[in-house]
Design a protein around this ligand. Structure first.
Ligand code: CA
Length: 224
């Protein structure tokens, strides 16, 4: 995962870089808007953290150019508390989230995870596991050619499991993929969705295994 930090305050840029690197991200920095704009052009970043008050080219303009060129990199903008107008302008311009300075690093990292996940979920390549296929753009799942009747939340859970098939997915990851930032979904709700999905996936040759205390794992199983 590669993150671009666009920030002209060296202390803040250094601090952010260090903590994101510690969390395992590859991090690059741009110190002005022009540099940011050219670095974003190649589309190699999974996320950009964009300060709005920048020399050369302001953050809003960087964002506008990025979206105008069709760049889909998720963007989280950093704004001052009193800059309501520019925050709204940023969101209108295609920013995906924002944080107000000064911010908590823990919260920033949680938002980064959610945005990166959403970016990956936004990919439109059909996924398949055994006889089960999932079409992310139509948000429909099929067993061979038969469409499954799934609720929006069930689709959300299935999508996360399909994206990480063969790997354990914990409840927190499912919740992050399903919920908006201010929503809260209990553990029990996730269990209910998993239970319903299992029923609907009977005879599909795909199963959702529970790994106690760890999470769930989607796998194709033969002999059914
Ligand atoms: Ca600044």
């Amino acid at each position: 995962m590669r993150i671009l930090i666009v920030e002209d305050d060296p202390t803040l840029a250094d601090g952010l870089t260090r903590s994101l690197q510690q969390s395992g991200y590859a991090v690059d920095c741009a110190v002005n808007g022009e540099q940011a704009s050219s670095m974003l052009r190649d589309g190699v970043y999974d996320l950009a953290i964009l300060d709005l008050g920048l020399p050369r080219l302001d953050g809003i303009e960087v964002l506008r150019r990025l979206r105008q060129q069709g760049g889909r990199t998720p963007v989280l903008i950093l704004t001052a508390r009193d800059a309501v107008e520019s925050r709204v302008q940023g969101l209108d311009m295609g920013a995906d989230d924002y944080m107000i300075k000064p911010f908590s690093l823990i919260e920033l990292e949680a938002r980064i995870r959610a945005l990166i996940r959403r970016g990956q979920l936004g990919s439109n390549i059909p996924l398949s596991c055994g006889r089960l296929t999932f079409d992310p753009s139509a948000r429909r799942a099929y067993i061979e050619n038969r469409a499954l009747e799934l609720s929006a939340r069930e689709i959300g859970v299935l999508e996360v499991l399909m994206l990480r098939q063969g790997k354990v997915v914990n409840k927190e990851q499912i919740m992050e993929a399903l919920c908006n930032w201010d929503e809260d979904l209990g553990d029990n709700a996730i269990e209910v969705y998993i239970h319903r999905l299992r029923k609907k996936l009977e005879c599909s040759g795909v199963r959702i295994r529970t790994l106690r205390g760890l999470g769930y794992l989607l796998e194709a199983h033969h002999g059914e």
